[in-house]
Structures are given as structure tokens and as C-alpha cells.
Design a protein around this ligand. Structure first.
Ligand code: KG4
Ligand code: ZN
Length: 339
């Protein structure tokens, strides 16, 4: 079965063709990142405009690369939530028009479920497993009981991990997105040069809080500036990255042991982080658990992951009609309900 996936939730316009949920036939991504860099973050209006300009060319390229036509496609899967509403709407409306004109089923896909599925196109991992989903907008520990059955065990109370890295990077004067800049700068730096508090969240041992860490890094920079002390930015970046990774791994480890999962999976843009990948591998090795990481090319936003999850949603009977809408927020464990 061939699924055409379409993704436009943030600044990537993406389309892909995936066979049987696992075999990537094509994966095309156009990004407006360079334009957003000028502003230090994603500007929703610019993202929407670029999606509208690129989407038909990107979908055509994905079909061409997969050497198929609309007739060869069995269903169209599209990200409908969560994300920037104007950006999502471009993909949703294009997918609706495509499905209607080609007379194909339309399958709505939750963006974070798609990130989890980036592992299905990277390895042969199958649910059940415990997944740490870390992106620019979300930080979740999710029990993935089947391809379409999710239970949130822990989540961030404030900033997402990627958001904290991006904001800290900005405070350090690094290029957007800060997460990537911090990772690059940390390679040969001293990660123990600066110490950060390990935030505890009352009520749940699995929830995260990153806004305090972000404030701490801003305070370090502010105090150093006031006192005329030179900051070693590489060491500060490495130390901050270590503290974010330590928080993520500590809660993941606790959830893994408490819930008894044998397979651990990481997903989302921050899953590309070298420190997090290394620490997750060490933690799983310590406990004799299996770790699955997405291939680097599938860590960030792409449509192959949407097509992959779309396949499993299709098998589970998830369908949308022309009334499909886009939603800026949507819990990962909420099933799509056709209006
Ligand atoms: O999943 P994603 O591409 O978009 C969202 O759905 O949010 O995630 C983007 C986030 C950004 O915060 C970016 O800084 C972060 O992923 N990111 C990284 C790395 N690559 C991307 N953070 C740390 N290390 C990286 N190598
Ligand atoms: Zn994403």
C-alpha cells in the first residue's frame, strides 16, 4: 500500500511516498528556515506564505521521485495538529483537494504520532514501547501500546526541551535554531564548567520543567556582563545541554523502570542531539534495555514519518472527509473524530 504523506505544521513543507508504513519511496522537504533566522525564530506568516508557494511543487516532486502518479497512491495522510494554524491549513487544504480529485481516502495524522513513526522508517521497532518525544513545541514521555494507542505518562509543565535550547541559544547569541547551534558548539567543550539546578516538579515524577534552566542561563550571562567577566560560550552551551539531557534521561529512566518497558524509543527534532543520544544509549545499556533512535534525516519535520503513521491510522480505520480542520493544539492520545 502506498501512502502520500503531507506535512506543513511549522517551517518545513514536506511530501513523501511510503510503502506499507516502512519503505520510503520518496521524501521531499522545502524549508523556510533561512528566512526565519533573520528574526531569531519562526514567523508564522512567512511560514504560511512559503507553504502556499511550495506545496504543489513539493508534492509533485515526491510523486515523481517515487515514480508514481496520483492513481498509484492508496491514501493521502496529512498532519492536521498540532502546529501553527496557518501553516497546518495549507497542508490540510492541499491534501483535501488532492484526495477529493484523485478519489482517495484522506487520513488525518497527529504531528507527534508522526515523529514517533520516524522510528518505523529507521528500524524494525514495533509497539509496545516507551517513547520520549522531544521537539520544539513538546516534551512528552508516552507509552505507545500499539500503533494507534498512546498514553501520556509525563510532559513539560512549561517550555519544551527544544524551546529551552532555542531560547538559551538566543541568549548566548547563537544562530537559530539554538538546539543545533548548542549541539555543534558543545563538541569539544567542558560540560561541567557551569552547574544548573535539576528542577523538580511537584505532583508527578515524570513531568519536566525547563523554564528555570532557561532563566538560570540568562542570569549567568547577565551577571557576567555586569561584572565584566568573560563567558566561555562553548562551555556554557555544553553545560546547559548536559542539564537538559540529564532532566530528560532521569525521568525517562524512572518511567521505564516503574512501567517495566523493555524497548525505549526517542523521537522529535531534539532526538538529533548528540548528548541525548549518547546518554540514552548508556542508560539503556545499564539496564539491559533496547534503544531505538530515528535516523538523523528523519529526526526533524518530514512527511515520510506522516505517511508511515498514516498507514497505521488507515489500517485502524481513521478517516477524514472534506470537513477536516487544522488544530493548533491536540493531545496525542485523542483519536480523530470525523465531524
Ligand atoms: O520536531 P522539530 O523539527 O519541530 C517541531 O515539531 O517542533 O523540532 C525542532 C526542535 C528545535 O527546537 C531545534 O532546536 C531542535 O529541535 N533540534 C535540536 C537538534 N536539532 C534540532 N536540539 C538539540 N540538538 C540538535 N542536534
Ligand atoms: Zn516536529
Amino acid at each position: 500500500m502506498k501512502i502520500l504523506g503531507i506535512e506543513s505544521s511549522c517551517d518545513e513543507t514536506a511530501a513523501a511516498v511510503v510503502e506499507d508504513g516502512r519503505i520510503v519511496k520518496s521524501n521531499v522537504i522545502a524549508t523556510s528556515l533561512e528566512e526565519h533566522k533573520l528574526y531569531g525564530g519562526v514567523v508564522p506568516e512567512i511560514a504560511s506564505r512559503r507553504h502556499a508557494e511550495c506545496i504543489s511543487g513539493v508534492v509533485k516532486a515526491a510523486l515523481d521521485d517515487a515514480q508514481c502518479t496520483a492513481d498509484d497512491i492508496d491514501a493521502v495522510a496529512v498532519t492536521y495538529a498540532p502546529g501553527l494554524i496557518g501553516a497546518l491549513l495549507v497542508g490540510v487544504n492541499f491534501a483535501k483537494a488532492f484526495a477529493l480529485s484523485a478519489n482517495k481516502p484522506l487520513v488525518p495524522v497527529h504531528h507527534l504520532r508522526g515523529h514517533i513513526a520516524s522510528n518505523y522508517i529507521s528500524s524494525d521497532v514495533q509497539p509496545p514501547f516507551l517513547c520520549l518525544v522531544v521537539s520544539g513545541g513538546h516534551s512528552h514521555i508516552v507509552a505507545v501500546n500499539s500503533y494507534t494507542d498512546f498514553k501520556v505518562i509525563g510532559k513539560t509543565r512549561d517550555d519544551a526541551a527544544g524551546e529551552a535550547l532555542d531560547k538559551a541559544g538566543r541568549a548566548m547569541g547563537l544562530a537559530y535554531p539554538g538546539g543545533i547551534s548548542i549541539d555543534r558548539l558543545s563538541v569539544r567543550a567542558d560540560e561541567n564548567a557551569y552547574t544548573f539546578p535539576h528542577p523538580r516538579v511537584s505532583g508527578s515524577p515524570y513531568d519536566f520543567s525547563f523554564s528555570g534552566l532557561k532563566t538560570a542561563v540568562i542570569n549567568i550571562i547577565h551577571n557576567a556582563n555586569q561584572k565584566g567577566i568573560r563567558i566561555n560560550t562553548a562551555d556554557l552551551a555544553a553545560s546547559f545541554q548536559k542539564s537538559v539531557s540529564d532532566c530528560l534521561i532521569a525521568n525517562l529512566e524512572k518511567a521505564m523502570l516503574d512501567y517495566g518497558y523493555e524497548k525505549i524509543v526517542i523521537a522529535g527534532g531534539v532526538s538529533a542531539n548528540s548528548k541525548l543520544r549518547k546518554e540514552a544509549a548508556l542508560m539503556c545499556k545499564r539496564h539491559g534495555r533496547e534503544l531505538f533512535l530515528p535516523a538523523f534525516k528523519y529526526c526533524g519535520d518530514n512527511a515520510a514519518m506522516i505517511a508511515s503513521q498514516g498507514y497505521y491510522e488507515f489500517l485502524a480505520g481513521t478517516r477524514a472527509d472534506e470537513a477536516l480542520n487544522a488544530y493548533a493544539t491536540m493531545p496525542i492520545d485523542e483519536s480523530y473524530k470525523n465531524s
